[in-house]
Design a protein around this ligand. Structure first.
Ligand code: ZN
Length: 197
């Protein structure tokens, strides 16, 4: 039986996504054994980030400044906004250096099953941003799931009258992908969204 403080640490770790009680124990033990090189720097990073991090009031990104660095970067294209479900999606696009405009993070998707309604998402802020006159394109980069598509459809209706082009990500054969391994849905949409060369 671990000491009370260690038990508390394990309970907190077990709340993290992807960590159950078993892996939480393993992580806790690893940290304790690497106290100076792992545990203390992690504790400092956690304490500092907990103080400084917040949500950007313009786009919903998380950063230590509000508005966030992306919203205030003058080198970024102000005419296009890429709408994503989660901050993780924004990070993925940034990692790939795929997009040089600005973002809008919804904080989830509409879901009848989970009872997520438009009021639960960061949608009301998007309409005035889209209608500001500075923006010419809204890219709907929600996931290719049923809920992601439902949300994109809803946003398309809400953005009507904002005088912006509304686009969405292409779907089809992944880079390096082989046709033989694709599921039927991917093959069908890839064929339907073929482009002339
Ligand atoms: Zn921002």
């Amino acid at each position: 039986m671990a000491a009370a403080d260690v038990e508390r640490l394990i309970r907190q770790l077990a709340k993290l996504p992807g960590l159950g009680p078993r892996s939480a124990r393993r992580v806790a033990l690893h940290m304790i054994q690497q106290k100076e090189t792992v545990m203390r720097p992690l504790a400092e990073a956690l304490a500092e980030t907990a103080e400084s991090v917040g949500v950007c009031s313009q786009c919903g990104n998380i950063d230590t400044t509000d508005p966030c660095e992306i919203c205030t970067d003058p080198r970024r294209d102000v005419t296009s906004i890429c709408v994503v479900e989660q901050v993780g999606d924004l990070w993925a696009l940034e990692r790939a250096s795929a997009f040089r405009g600005r973002y809008h993070v919804l904080g989830g998707v509409l879901s009848a099953l989970d009872g997520i309604t438009p009021e639960d998402l960061n949608i009301e802020n998007l309409i005035p941003r889209a209608a500001s006159g500075a923006v010419s394109e809204i890219i709907l980069a929600t996931n290719a799931t049923v809920d992601g598509q439902t949300t994109a459809h809803y946003l398309t209706e809400r953005l009507e009258g904002c005088n912006v082009a509304i686009t969405r990500l292409a779907r089809g054969v992944p880079v390096g992908g082989e046709l033989d391994y694709l599921d039927d849905g991917t093959l069908i949409t890839a064929l339907a969204s073929r482009k002339e060369l």
